[in-house]
Design a protein around this ligand. Structure first.
Ligand code: FAD
Length: 265
């Protein structure tokens, strides 16, 4: 057993063969963090890769700890048990090894939690729009689990784009939140849905350009009133950011607060 490993897998839920909800327990509690932040997960190169992985683009060195950042999906109050939403890059170094782990297996979890993609830096009372594709939904799950109760005066909307219904991770939790909180709205949109899907069928960019937020929820792309979080595939993040910059949005930075928060992965 490697001494650098400091956490244990406590649950692994396969959403699809290449997407999983992954829960770990760290040996020592981490410092308090903010919803939306990320932490490093790591495994050594000698670990076995998953059976449905593909040859590595860059072969990992056996005795090197492969480390990558992952957004924490669990609530900020949980400083030991953490949940992640991870997509397998079949030719990747770390995810192909993470997907081969089972409950009880050990891994490395970083000791520092960082990241500027944080809901707590938005002013109270502003409406919050959270846009995601793929595993980009993870930080919003942490936002909602941590803060939805505290912000009844803000309208909060999650727009989740995917190809198929089964790619909509956390949809039952998001649907439940929508039924429970009058200020929360969940807008899934599928680009390749079957005939049974009666929701939106647009890519996120078109859904926004069609004024869906204004028409459905009276939320406008106005930097004074609405803060946007955009997380997921770089192409979507760049298109949505460009659209928002056209309305006068600026990228958030702690030294220069803005109304647009982006995270690409
Ligand atoms: C702040 C932050 C938060 C993140 N949070 C998450 C998260 O919550 N869930 C999650 O699944 N990932 C997340 N990522 C991405 C994660 O850090 C890894 O980059 C990803 O899991 C791939 O790691 P790998 O070692 O398997 O692939 P690598 O060995 O690093 O990559 C192999 C090849 O695949 C390409 N590649 C890398 N990522 C992707 C991808 N997503 N799709 C297609 N090709 C890719 C690379 O360019 C490279 O050519 C986050 C990244 C950042 C920066």
């Amino acid at each position: 057993m490697d001494t650098q490993y400091n956490a244990t897998v406590i649950d692994k839920i396969m959403v699809t063969p290449d997407i999983m909800i992954f829960k770990i327990n760290t040996d020592e509690a981490r410092a308090e963090f903010e919803a939306g932040q990320n932490i490093l997960l790591g495994l050594f190169g000698y670990e076995t890769r998953s059976s449905n992985s593909e040859p590595e683009l860059v072969p990992a060195e056996a005795n090197k700890l492969i480390q990558r950042p992952y957004s924490i999906a669990s609530a900020k109050s949980e400083t030991r048990q953490m949940e992640f939403y991870i997509s397998q890059v079949k030719s990747g170094q770390l995810t192909s090894r993470l997907f081969n782990l089972d409950t009880g297996d050990r891994l490395y979890v970083g000791t520092r939690i960082s990241g500027l993609f944080r809901l707590d830096e938005t002013p109270d009372g502003t409406d919050i729009v959270m846009v995601a594709t793929g595993t980009g939904i993870a930080p919003y799950i942490s936002f909602l689990r941590s803060h939805i109760v505290e912000r009844p005066e803000s309208k909060m909307v999650v727009i989740q784009g995917a190809a198929h219904r089964w790619d909509l991770g956390y949809s039952s939790e998001l649907t439940f939140l929508e039924k429970t909180y009058a200020n929360f709205f969940y807008v899934p949109t599928l680009t390749d849905a079957d005939e049974r899907w009666d929701g939106y069928r647009l890519c996120i960019e078109d859904l926004l350009r069609n004024d869906t937020l204004q028409n459905e929820f009276n939320i406008s792309p106005d930097p004074e009133r609405t803060h946007f979080f955009v997380s997921g595939k770089p192409e979507m993040v760049s298109h949505v950011s460009e659209w928002l910059l056209g309305f006068g949005y600026t990228r958030h930075h702690p030294d220069e607060p803005g109304e647009l928060y982006v995270e690409e992965f």
